[in-house]
Write a protein that binds this ligand. Structure first.
Ligand code: C2E
Ligand code: CA
Ligand code: CA
Length: 802
């Protein structure tokens, strides 16, 4: 019998002392037996049982004694077929080698039997691969047990041999042996594992062990009876039942082991399925593999098993790994069975790892943006919420930056979505690159990003804003083109009691303000901004309703030939009275552009202009141009060409000129240029509005279908006072002439401006409050009538006459 504990930890001192004492006592008994034997030899013939063959000569001695000499070997063989009593954490092995002891005790004098038994026990331990300490303990244990059995049998046997009395003595001797062996083993395991001895003794299988043990040992007695009454060779007949019993024992042991392993595997499957994170999974798996194989040394590594090892491959969701254990042929199982068990275990765990990986991926996806890999809105809000709580306790500052790329839509429209995605990824990297580790950058969607800054002062926030503006302000390289790119940042500093959503809303509002102020800048949230934003949203809603109800009107401002004073055209300007109050066009047009409402507003303006065209033509008494302002969004809209065609069809005898600001033109939206080209092929002229302040390179004028330039008000504002302003306007005139373009000077408010335009600039066409203010239809009809005397020649007629 022997402890089979799996504990790999250091043995407690009490356990070491106990095991040492057991071994010492065994050795003492062995030495005593040897001494007694030597003494008997030296003092002449001993008891008949062993001296008879000896003194009768070698051949006679050999005929019976080979059996005894073989007994240590038999002990070793039988000992390797034990029954195992164990639980998950360790247990006891019960060998039936003591049946040989019973035989020896029945056949030989006590000392001789004990010496042979001790040699057998030692041989058994030398052929196992247990730890040296365990082997020493087992040797001591076997010898003490043997001595106890010898004592009981000698005391109870009496003089007669092969009687029921002797059988009873042997059965009691076997029981004594078992009791001592079982108890000492239990104490040893108990001490080693620091658990209760009772727990070791009372365990499932103990009863089975006693039930097997005594009958098994009685087999030794049977052998003794056979050898006493029949020729010695007849003992060989016992080999068959012995072998059968050993095989049966092994089958039972392995069957039990198999059942135990299934239970462990089932447990492992339950644990593996219940596991929620990969972090500890490998540790748990190794612990379960130790339990499964009953070996302390199991490891997970990337290298495959070596020659003295078994292993099973596994994938933990990230890497290819091996779980490896020592390869040992043992009573409870074979190397092949161990490998199979390990493979079953990894199959269970591989499933779990795949599930964990999937869960991890899904959690990551649910909380991150797939394109840039940055945290998404949900994760950002979580982090902001945590940061808010932390900052309340620590009293530190938190800022949330809402960044919206300027000009991103242009990239998407012009170069396609793949290029747009590349720009977003690049922007995400640049953002991450200019922040601290502890800051969080998230993508909120589209071209919107947010940055959470923790433990910051206002100065630090400003510095960060500058860094971000710089990082994103240098344009983006798309398909070999450098596309202008910048960002507008709204900053909100956390206040006590604020929620994450609240903070994000404030930052968002501040970002809108940054856009409204001209983009590429940061604006810090203030309460007034919130109110302005709400008003703006209300404005958009009212405007939406007004456009739907066609409640907008047009004012017309004449464009005049400066040499003759003749009106050559009018510009249609949208007017909106909201609740009886006139809303400034700049305010509602920018709100319409921001909200996308400008497309339907533009359609309405075209309709209104077409409806007024006949009256205007009649009043003018000849050809007249109507300039209509359009924004880039309209040009990008698929139905725009058709809309313009319908409008033109209704404007017989009136020319339609489409005005687009230079700013919109610079931000060349893909599609916008196409639309312009298609419309100008149909003879519809374009004017560039607010020319001179949009920072365009004038090279584009050569390649675009533009017929008219309208110089920005600011260019004419100072011409009568500033020589350089006058020079600038003159050079625009020269350029227009060279390119064959008409130039309209806007913003004429004073007589002195007109004089300068005539005398120094050579301007031909002008528009301004001094000449005519924007007027309602009735008023402009009156003005046109007065102007009638001088007819205007239509461009078509001009071309025909040329
Ligand atoms: P714009 O196209 O440059 O129109 C000329 C603006 O200058 C008009 O302002 C007009 O009233 C003003 N103006 C004319 N003469 C003078 C002057 O001598 N001095 C000064 N200081 N201003 C003068 P308004 O009507 O307020 O329109 C502002 C802008 O709103 C327009 O600028 C145009 O860009 C936009 N807009 C107006 N109607 C529409 C429309 O139907 N569609 C689109 N997309 N935009 C429009
Ligand atoms: Ca205009
Ligand atoms: Ca203008």
């Amino acid at each position: 019998m022997a402890p089979t504990t799996t504990a790999a930890t250091a043995t407690p001192p009490a356990s070491r002392v106990f095991d040492g004492v057991t071994f010492a006592m065994g050795m003492l008994i062995f030495a005593g037996a040897v001494a007694w034997l030597l003494g008997a030899w030296l003092s002449g013939p001993g008891p008949a049982a062993w001296s008879a063959p000896w003194s009768a000569g070698w051949s006679v001695w050999w005929s019976t004694s080979w059996l005894y000499l073989l007994s240590p070997l038999l002990v070793t063989v039988v000992a390797h077929f034990p029954v195992l009593l164990d639980r998950a954490d360790g247990g006891i092995e019960i060998g039936f080698d003591s049946s040989v002891l019973m035989f020896l005790l029945c056949m030989l004098p006590v000392a001789e039997a004990l010496v042979l038994w001790s040699i057998g026990v030692t041989l058994t331990q030398l052929t196992t691969d247990k730890r040296p300490a365990a082997r020493r303990f087992n040797i001591g244990l076997g010898i003490i047990g043997g001595a106890a059995a010898a004592g009981i049998i000698t005391a109870l046997r009496g003089d007669e041999l092969s009687t029921p009395h002797e059988l009873a003595a042997v059965a009691l001797g076997a029981t004594g042996y078992f009791a001592i062996d079982f108890l000492l083993s239990a104490i040893s395991v108990g001490l080693e594992e620091s658990s209760s001895v009772l727990r070791q003794v009372v365990q499932p299988g103990s009863a089975l062990a006693v039930a097997c043990f005594v009958p098994f040992d009685s087999l030794g007695y049977l052998a003794a009876v056979v050898v006493r009454s029949a020729p010695t060779w007849a003992a060989l007949l016992l080999a068959v039942p012995l072998a059968t019993l050993l095989v049966a024992t092994r089958a039972v042991t392995r069957g039990q082991e198999h059942a135990r392993r299934l239970a462990v595997l089932f447990d492992a499957a339950v644990h593996a399925q219940a596991l929620a994170e990969t972090g500890k999974a490998l540790d748990v798996m190794v612990e379960e593999a130790r339990r499964l194989l009953h070996v302390p040394h199991v490891e997970v590594r990337s290298a495959p098993p070596g020659p003295q090892e078994i292993g099973a491959a596994l994938h933990d969701g990230h890497r290819d790994l091996w779980i490896v254990a020592p390869a040992r042929h043992r009573a409870r199982s074979t190397i092949a069975a161990d490998r199979q068990a390990l493979e079953a275990m990894t199959a269970v765990w591989s499933d779990a790892f795949a599930r964990l990986r999937l869960t991890e991926d899904m959690t990551h996806l649910a909380r991150h943006d797939a394109l840039t890999g940055l945290p998404n809105r949900a994760l950002l809000l979580d982090r902001v919420e945590q940061a808010l709580q932390l900052s309340m306790r620590r009293g530190t500052g938190i800022a949330l930056l809402f960044c919206d790329l300027d000009g991103f839509k242009r990239v998407n429209d012009r170069f396609g979505h793949a290029a747009g995605d590349a720009v977003l990824v690049d922007a995400a990297q640049r953002l991450s690159g200019c922040l601290r580790e502890s800051d969080t950058v998230a993508r909120l969607g589209g071209d919107e990003f947010a940055i959470l800054l923790q433990d910051v002062t206002c100065d630090q926030v400003e510095t960060t804003c500058r860094r971000v503006l710089q990082a994103l302000g240098s344009g983006a390289e798309v398909a070999g083109h450098l596309v202008p790119l910048s960002t507008s940042i709204g900053v909100a500093m956390a206040e006590t009691g604020q929620t994450a959503a609240h903070l994000l809303r404030n930052a968002d509002m501040a970002m809108y303000e940054a856009k409204a102020l001209g983009k590429d800048r940061s604006v810090r949230y203030e309460r007034a901004l919130g109110r302005a934003r709400v008003r703006r949203l209300e404005l958009v809603e009212s405007l939406r309703a007004a456009v739907a109800a066609r409640e907008l009107q047009l004012a017309y401002q004449p464009v005049v030939d400066l040499q003759t004073g003749r009106i050559v055209g009018v510009e249609a300007l949208a007017r909106w009275n909201c609740d009886g109050v006139a809303v400034p066009p700049d305010a509602f047009i920018s709100a319409a552009e921001e909200s996308g409402l400008v497309v339907s507003l533009g359609d309405l303006v075209l309709d209104l202009a077409a409806a007024d065209a006949a009256a205007l033509r009649r009043a003018a008494g000849g050809f007249l141009n109507i300039g209509v302002n359009v924004s880039a969004q309209q040009l990008c809209c698929g139905s725009f060409v058709q809309k313009v065609e319908q409008t033109v069809a209704r404007m017989d005898g009136v020319g339609l000129v489409l005005e687009i600001t230079e700013r919109d033109f610079v931000n060349d939206h893909a599609g916008a240029l196409d639309t312009m080209a298609r419309l100008s092929e149909q003879g519809i002229p374009f004017a560039i509005d607010d020319f001179g302040v949009g920072f365009s390179s004038i090279g584009y004028l050569q390649h675009t279908p533009v017929r008219i330039i309208k110089t920005d008000k600011s260019l004419s504002a100072e011409i009568d006072r500033d020589e350089r302003a006058c020079g600038l306007l003159r050079s625009i005139m020269v350029m227009g002439e060279a390119l064959g373009l008409d130039v309209v000077v806007e913003g004429i408010e004073r007589d002195s401006q007109i004089e300068h335009l005539r005398d120094h600039v050579d301007a031909t066409l002008g528009q301004g409050y001094l000449l005519h203010r924007p007027l309602p239809l009735d008023a402009v009809v009156q003005v046109l009538r007065k102007n009638r005397g001088r007819t205007v020649i239509a461009p078509a007629e001009l071309t025909n006459s040329a």
